[in-house]
Design a protein around this ligand. Structure first.
Ligand SMILES: Cc1cc2nc3c(=O)[nH]c(=O)nc-3n(C[C@H](O)[C@H](O)[C@H](O)COP(=O)(O)OP(=O)(O)OC[C@H]3O[C@@H](n4cnc5c(N)ncnc54)[C@H](O)[C@@H]3O)c2cc1C
Length: 266
């Protein structure tokens, strides 16, 4: 079926500003941040609502149109740009306009946000409420919560707070046929049933489109101390990590090994 027919259907679902077809406008979405991966799509769709995501997925499923979900496009392994095998045949589904905060719950220490919210924005909202969201990475000014979840992002504070897998309490996502699955529970102690959200976390957009998440918040650290320690080899570094963990227990939040080669670059 020609793309014009698909575009006519998308125009029924979305407003004109949510559909990009101009090659110049599409190009930045088709290339990853480092310029290593180049894909092709006949349109970039940027829905503002979950129901529009459902409609898009339902139609693409019926018509066998390949869909590449995209967040901030900062991923390092090419998952956010269309694969060569579907060049020009599919769409990029950008979640960047689905970016509202749904709920800040200070009693439960949780925040529920839509997938397109930029990570730094979540950190800022938490800080303003005298809370702390610990996921922190160099791309935090452009990567999105949906992308962080899809990649199971780690970042600087994994030693204490874990990866994104440990920070997500509830998840809302759309399956390939458009069905909405909503488990946005703020429950910290949830002992019931199967744990489906853990299948979606880290699935790199292959299983579902993440549309919203309920995330854990923490009390902000009262003071932070950073030590710069020189070691001769990797064995000394791992011994040092073990000693620091024994001494500081959960108060140790980060431990980064910087090689001489990396230091020379700075
Ligand atoms: C400078 C820099 C530093 C980084 N540092 C770290 C680091 O310390 N630790 C670390 O773990 N990673 C790091 N990364 C990579 C990191 O995974 C990404 O920056 C971030 O997690 C990806 O988010 P994004 O919104 O840009 O996702 P994208 O790059 O847009 O997408 C990544 C993957 O997720 C899928 N996806 C995106 N949104 C959705 C959605 N809503 N639903 C379903 N699938 C979706 C895409 O299809 C793709 O497969 C770094 C990257 C850069 C550029």
């Amino acid at each position: 079926m020609p793309h014009t027919i698909h575009l006519a259907r998308f125009q029924q679902i979305l407003t004109p500003d949510e559909i990009l077809t101009d090659n110049q406008l599409i190009e930045p979405f088709c290339t990853d941040q480092r310029g290593r991966y180049h894909g092709q799509a006949f349109a970039v769709l940027q829905p503002h609502t979950v129901s529009a995501v459902q409609e898009i997925m339902r139609y693409c499923h019926q018509q066998h149109i390949p869909v590449t979900p995209q967040g901030g496009n900062t991923g390092l392994c090419g998952g956010a740009t269309p694969h060569a095998s579907v060049a020009g045949k599919g769409i990029i589904l950008s979640l960047s306009k689905l970016n509202r905060m749904r709920k800040l719950n200070l009693a439960d220490n949780t925040i529920t946000v839509e997938a397109g919210m930029i990570l730094a924005e979540v950190q800022k909202i938490a800080q303003t409420a005298n809370r702390y969201f610990p996921l922190s990475l160099a791309s935090e000014g452009s990567c999105q919560i949906g992308g962080n979840i899809a990649c199971n992002a780690g970042g600087l504070n994994v030693v204490r707070y874990g990866t994104m897998r440990d920070l997500v309490l509830g998840l809302e996502y759309v399956l390939s046929d458009g069905e909405l699955v909503s488990h946005l529970y703020p429950l910290h102690k949830n002992t019931s049933g199967y744990e489906m959200r853990q299948q979606i976390i880290g699935s790199e957009g292959t299983l579902a489109i993440i549309t919203a998440a309920t995330l854990k918040l923490f009390a902000p650290p009262q003071s932070v101390l950073t030590a710069w320690i020189g070691v001769d080899n990797i064995h000394s570094a791992t011994s040092l990590l073990a000693a620091l963990k024994n001494h500081f227990a959960e108060r140790l939040s980060s431990f980064e090994l910087i090689s001489q080669a990396a230091l020379r670059l700075s």
